[in-house]
Design a binder for this molecule. Structure first.
Ligand code: FAD
Length: 308
């Protein structure tokens, strides 16, 4: 827990980044979780996953932008990504995930800026026959992100959201979003949240995840089970059977590079599986969150530092 808090704090500071960049061994650890720095790298990863029957949501890395120009850059990067995906002709088997903090959400007047700049991305996705999912960031952004979602869904009902089981509010949000056509990715939550708003103990987060999963799987929406946890994936299959869900009415989502064999195995066995594929030069905060999630990843990373 102490290591996790330290790493999550480090995800907002550039020190570790300097240590990793330029070191080929640590760079290989980053490459395990990030598909590359360019769109072409990402599209190659998408094609390889698609060949294995694994769907994709593409994430252009970047968050916490501090200028409108930076936010416009995110919009343009996503428009280019959607053009690239359209060329692959995968339809909704390849969509995109966006962080509204990359679209200016934290700027003064940021809610409106993020909505203005993400709208053309959602329109381009609809035109390409695919969808956008709004990632969820720390708890202070949830109201704004859900309000942007509600606005976008009036014209683009396939726009998806993420709910973080660790937040106390999430069971109510899950009930509100368990409506027809609603795409909701349920995750445990990757941010270092205070005890006033979130479960902190792993067993409490897991119990909350299971409760939210029941709400979403029982409802008429399209649940996206965002977890590598075998017990949550098994529970999702049990609930799908219990509620007579068709195989195309829900999916499992995992991160690029995490349990890739299991992703392929589930897909081959008939479960819809989607990998979350991050790419871009701004990989640092994403990478450190992955280290914080799993002590084994930190060990792997530290060993690579020693073998430089
Ligand atoms: P954990 O509690 O981390 O792990 C449980 C078990 O899963 C482990 O005991 C192990 O059996 C297995 N496992 C986990 N990792 C590995 C591994 N590397 N190798 C082998 N087995 C492993 N968080 C947000 O806050 N906002 C988001 O928008 C967001 N989007 C996400 C999108 C996707 C597709 C996914 C999968 C996660 C996303 N997350 C997001 C991260 C999420 O909140 C968790 O931090 C992350 O998924 C770790 O939780 P877990 O459910 O995988 O289980």
């Amino acid at each position: 827990m102490v290591l996790q808090k330290t790493l999550l704090a480090a995800s907002r500071r550039p020190g570790l980044r300097r240590m990793v960049t330029g070191n080929s061994a640590t760079r290989r650890v980053v490459d395990r979780f990030v598909a590359g720095e360019t769109l072409d790298d990402a599209l190659s990863a998408v094609e390889a996953l698609a060949a294995d029957g694994v769907r994709v949501t593409l994430d252009h890395l970047g968050e916490d932008v501090t200028t409108r120009t930076g936010a416009e850059h995110s919009r343009d990067a996503y428009l280019a990504a959607l053009e690239g995906l359209a060329r692959l002709g995968l339809g909704d088997r390849a969509e995109v995930s966006v962080k509204l903090s990359a679209f200016g959400q934290a700027l003064p007047g940021g809610h409106d800026i993020a909505l203005e700049l993400v709208r053309p991305v959602v329109e381009a996705a609809t035109a390409a026959g695919t969808t956008v999912t709004l990632d969820m960031e720390d708890h202070r952004t949830v109201d704004s992100t859900l309000a942007v979602l509600a606005e976008l869904r009036t014209q683009h009902p396939g726009t998806g959201a993420v709910l973080q089981a660790m937040l106390f509010r999430t069971e109510d949000d899950a009930k509100a979003l368990a409506v027809p056509g609603s795409r909701v990715r349920l995750v445990k939550g990757a941010y270092n949240e205070p005890p006033e708003v979130a479960h902190r103990a792993r067993k409490d987060v897991d119990a909350a995840y299971a409760r939210c999963l029941e709400i979403l799987m029982a409802g008429p929406g399209y649940p996206m089970v965002g977890s590598h946890d075998p017990s949550m994936v098994t529970r999702a299959h049990e609930l799908a059977a219990q509620h007579s869900r068709a195989a195309d009415s829900w999916e499992v989502q995992m991160l690029y590079g995490i349990r890739p064999d299991e992703q392929r195995r589930l897909a081959a066995a008939g479960t819809r599986v989607r990998a979350y594929v991050p790419y871009g030069v701004d990989w640092y905060a994403y990478f450190v969150r992955r280290l914080a999630e799993r002590p084994a990843n930190v060990g792997f990373f530290l060993r690579s530092l020693l073998t430089r």
